[in-house]
Design a protein around this ligand. Sequence first.
Ligand code: M6R
Length: 364
Amino acid sequence: EKGGYPHFMLKEINEQPAAITATVSPRVENGLPDLRIPELSDEVLRGIGTIHLVACGTAMHAGMVGKAAIEALARVPAEVDIASEFRYRNPILRPNDLVIIISQSGETSDTLAALKLAKSRGVPVLAIVNVVGSSIARAADHVLYTYAGPEIAVASTKAYTVQMCVLYLFAFRLALARGEQTEAEIRRLTAELLRASEVIKPRLADCEQIKYLASRFVNTQSCFFIGRGFDYSLSLEGSLKLKEISYVHSDAYAAGELKHGTISLITEGVPVIALATQKQVYEKTISNAKETKSRGAKVLLFTTKDAVVPEGVADYVVRLDDYDDLLMPLQLIVPLQLFAYYMAVLRGCDVDKPRNLAKSVTVE
Ligand code: M6R
């Protein structure tokens, strides 16, 4: 049932190209995104006030990528909420807002409660769900299914990737409907998104390199992920994955925040995983990585193919292929998942069933 893989997690990481194609291609019509939800017509999309993306854990991290894409392309204000916070904080919801609920299982109790709160306030709810007929899918006004297939490993991998894909498609359609991007630009981005399954294949093939790198960090007690923009969202997800399955303490910081406190923890040999895939802030992140390196950090840098990495910044560099900065999370997540996976394997952890965790959290 693991299809020849030693763990479900590794199988599911490798299923990502197929999951992306299954999720994206049915929603592209003549080169443009089509949500195939008649009630979310372009006219309705034009009337949306604020978008609230609400979820837990990894699904919430997908929401962060969605927020950034929505705001960058469609210029609609978007907020990301942790479901267990949203439901108890009397959120400000207006009738023309849209709540987007994200859940792999469709059964997470806090997420379902957040959905019910939004509905009780008369705000329309769009759910992005992987399990057909789940409680969240049934309770939402509209559903955009992700087609990852069953995800068995407790650590979410392929579900996260396709949640991001659906959010990109949504952001593209919203931007088009609102006239914030030209049709030509949305066509270009849609074609790039369709290409994601091919873009990530070489990253899956890099697994031996990532396994080697994990072996260089395997005895670490604690590490830090840093990045800016999309790379910050990916830092949070890479860090969560590592903690969840390898039991290595890890923290993720917006790279510019380091010097507001955390840098005091950087001493000789402390691992820093620096993510620098975004051109606009590349120099800034590199200079933050350098600040940690000069205090003795062991720096593992993830960046793009042609990026110039100055001396004294990193001990190890992992290169990604060229891809649109906006979609780079789809490529960057793969080595981060593999890094967490091999760290867990090399540390002898129960990869698919980490202690104290359940696949779906149906209690508060
Ligand atoms: O089924 P859901 O997407 O609602 O689950 C949300 C979180 O519990 C889940 O993403 C969790 O954070 C993962 N185990 C992380 O890998």
